[in-house]
Unconditional design. Structure first.
Ligand code: PRX
Length: 656
């Protein structure tokens, strides 16, 4: 850890403008009092908020159950329904308020009010019930980012079914693995989608996935929403059912299924440091509370805001800040199905102008792409409705931060750089926009009620001006409850005995805490890459490569990338002779395709190099640090005295 680069803390502070502060939900007096309350009694602090901000069908009397750490329970005897909190409770005063402004890839705009969304969700919930889906059943959703995906998720929540959304960019194989692990009864999909002008036949992928499953697989039905009238569709009767046929004659009233606060709301698979993805399971009450409070504190939600989070519903950001958070606080939000660069790199700026977006939340990788494709392009658009900007997914480099601040925010919008994870459910570290003085590249400090520190290997809590493991020292309502089907993996991965003695939630990131107590994320501790803000396990990619008959052995590392943050670099030993020249090029493209099919396009290596051997210690461990230097193209300065086969390095330095 000592060789980790410390970031300078002696840099410029950006203060929020007076006009922003004057109307912000949280000023410094409120923030101090929230922090003090949380410091005095953090369970009580959260309990008071849960009573105020959530509609409970039956109020809770128990706050936090710590009897069986780290399996914490919050508000366990409370009874609620998340969909009721997102829809029904707005019908009294805000029935006609626009809930969603949806813009498709090709530019078709559809607006849906809270009343209309409530009806759509109720109809679909009744449809799910009619095919036997009930409380506790698991449902896979494999759909494009769209109103229908939100309807499907909300409908599951409405009847107590547990959804697991699989990002539409994942391959059929990845889908099959998730269907099995989640033991899903149905898959909800579309015939296809258009993204960046290209057709992606999603239902075909579902067919391929189901063909991979054992004969006695749990899937009873595939529900298909007709989105693009894809012609080459295969149909398996009676398994496959059209969405529009299933909802025929279904009532638009569907009383909610009341569930316990700890009832699983969803499972979302994410990469870990081993080969198989982890099914992160979230609760109902605690997760909802985190979504609501961060909408209010971090996004400073106002009744007239037009909120736009660009994340796909297939990721945690799309769960919390598209499907649940904005609806729970009754916001109006934009849902954009396409990509920032299609048909031209001004698409985001057009959307902000046309829909008068006031709060814009995106990822550094998108910002860097847009800078590259059109530094001055935003100036052609009226972005004056913006009042707050957000960033998520990876560290934002100061240059990108400054461009975002100056060119998009016109130096008047605070930027909330939000650090959090699939497992934390909602923001953990973030500026409070009307209070915090910003530093470009720092996600600043913990939000109220969240206790974050850095520790060293021995578990000692470190102070300012130090680097260490980022840990959350106290339980919090929105946290992961377990890994689906694997409670032991949950304990081992997040409360390991060897770091912090199992007392703290170990996030898996290194961080620096500067002289003012601001946090700077330095990167992952484990073998997890962050490619365009998405987590990918190196082991997951290595296992997939090793499945290919050409491959004898493979090692995968990351290297810095201007746009994506990190790029994937694979080192491969083939069976038989080491390929060179044109043959190497052919095998490289074959293996890239293979990874696309095994995991999904996001996991395709940017570069594959071939060698006769991988650099190993005498005990047979691959020396990845050396591979990292090779991938970066920098000189190897590390100690190589334990290296068994130094000649392997020279070969691997050669580009195909
Ligand atoms: O390494 C951190 C990075 O993304 C990881 C979590 O990835 P995922 O579960 O896919 O969730 C991404 C969206 C919440 C973290 O462990 N990360 C996330 N946000 C930031 C970040 N790194 C630096 N700054 C951030 N704001």
């Amino acid at each position: 850890m000592s060789n980790l680069k410390s970031v300078t803390s002696d840099i410029r502070l950006f203060k929020p403008s007076k006009s922003f502060c004057d109307i912000a939900n949280i000023n410094s007096i409120i923030l101090d009092s929230l922090n003090n309350e949380a410091k005095m009694d953090y369970p009580l602090f959260w309990a008071n908020l849960a009573k105020k901000h959530i509609h409970w069908h039956q109020p809770f009397t128990k706050i936090l159950n710590e009897d069986n750490p780290p399996f914490f329970k919050w508000f366990e005897d409370g009874v609620l329904n998340v969909s009721y909190n997102c829809l029904d409770r707005h019908l009294v005063n805000n029935a006609n308020k626009t809930a969603i402004i949806s813009e498709s890839d090709s530019g078709i705009i559809e607006k849906v009010s809270y009343k209309e969304l409530y009806s759509k969700v109720s109809v679909f919930a009744n449809a799910l019930k009619s095919i036997g889906i009930t409380k506790g059943d698991t449902v896979i959703i494999y759909m494009p980012h769209s109103i229908e995906a939100i309807v499907a998720m909300q409908a599951c929540a409405r009847i107590g079914a547990i959804h697991s959304v699989v990002f539409g960019g994942f391959s059929s194989k990845a889908l099959a693995e998730r269907v099995i692990d989640a033991n899903a009864k149905i898959v909800i999909t579309t015939d296809g989608q258009k993204r960046g002008g290209k057709i992606i036949p999603l239902k075909n992928e579902v067919d391929i996935a189901i063909d991979m499953l054992p004969h006695d697989n749990p899937i009873q039905h595939v529900i298909v929403y007709k989105k693009i009238s894809y012609e080459k569709l295969k149909w398996d009767k009676p398994r496959d059912i059209w969405w529009h046929e299933l909802i025929k004659n279904k009532s638009d009233i569907c009383p909610v299924t009341e569930v316990d606060s700890e009832h699983p709301l969803f499972i979302l698979y994410t990469s870990g440091s081993t080969g198989s993805p982890k099914g992160v399971q979230h609760s109902s009450g605690g997760y909802l509370l985190g979504s609501i409070m961060t909408m209010q504190w971090v996004f400073d939600n106002k009744p007239n805001d037009v909120f736009w989070c660009t994340a796909d519903v297939g990721w945690i950001t799309g769960h919390t800040y598209v499907c649940y958070g904005p609806l729970a606080v009754g916001a109006t939000q934009v849902v954009f199905e396409g990509v920032p660069t299609y048909p031209a790199p001004d698409r985001f700026w057009q959307i902000i102008q046309n829909h008068k977006v006031s709060v814009f939340y995106t990822a550094p990788t998108a910002i860097r792409t847009l800078i590259k494709l059109g530094y001055d392009l935003p100036q052609k658009y009226d972005l004056s409705t913006l009042r707050l900007l957000g960033s998520v997914g990876e560290p934002i480099n100061p240059e990108a931060w400054l461009w975002y601040y100056e060119t998009i925010g016109n130096k008047s919008c605070p930027i909330v750089d939000t650090w959090w994870q699939t497992e934390t459910g909602c923001h953990m570290l973030s500026p409070i926009p009307g209070v915090t003085n910003l530093k470009a590249g720092s996600c600043t400090q913990a939000i109220p009620g969240i206790m974050i520190d850095i520790i060293d290997e021995s578990g000692k809590i470190l102070g300012n001006n130090d680097n260490g493991y980022l840990v959350i020292t106290k339980p919090f309502p929105s946290q992961i409850r377990t890994i689906w089907n694997n409670p032991k993996r949950y304990e081992d991965a997040y409360y390991p005995k060897d770091i912090g003695d199992g007392k703290y939630y170990i996030a898996g990131d290194f961080a620096h805490k500067d002289k003012d107590g601001y946090f700077w994320i330095l990167g992952r501790v484990d073998d997890v890459l962050n490619v365009s803000g998405h987590r990918l396990g190196t082991m997951e990619i290595e296992s997939a490569l090793a499945l290919n008959p050409i491959v004898a052995e493979a090692a995968v590392v990351g290297r810095p990338h201007d746009i994506k943050g990190e790029a994937i670099c694979a080192f491969v030993v083939c069976r038989g002779e080491r390929p060179t020249g044109a043959k190497a090029k052919d095998i490289e493209s074959e293996l890239r395709e293979w990874i696309g099919n095994q995991i999904g396009a996001i996991a395709k290596p940017d570069e594959i190099r071939f060698g006769d051997n991988l650099p190993k210690t005498r005990s047979g461990k691959i020396m990845r640090r050396l591979l990292r230097s090779i991938a970066k193209g920098v000189e190897i300065t590390q100690d190589i005295s334990t290296l068994e086969n130094p000649a392997s390095l020279e070969q691997l330095k050669q580009v195909n």
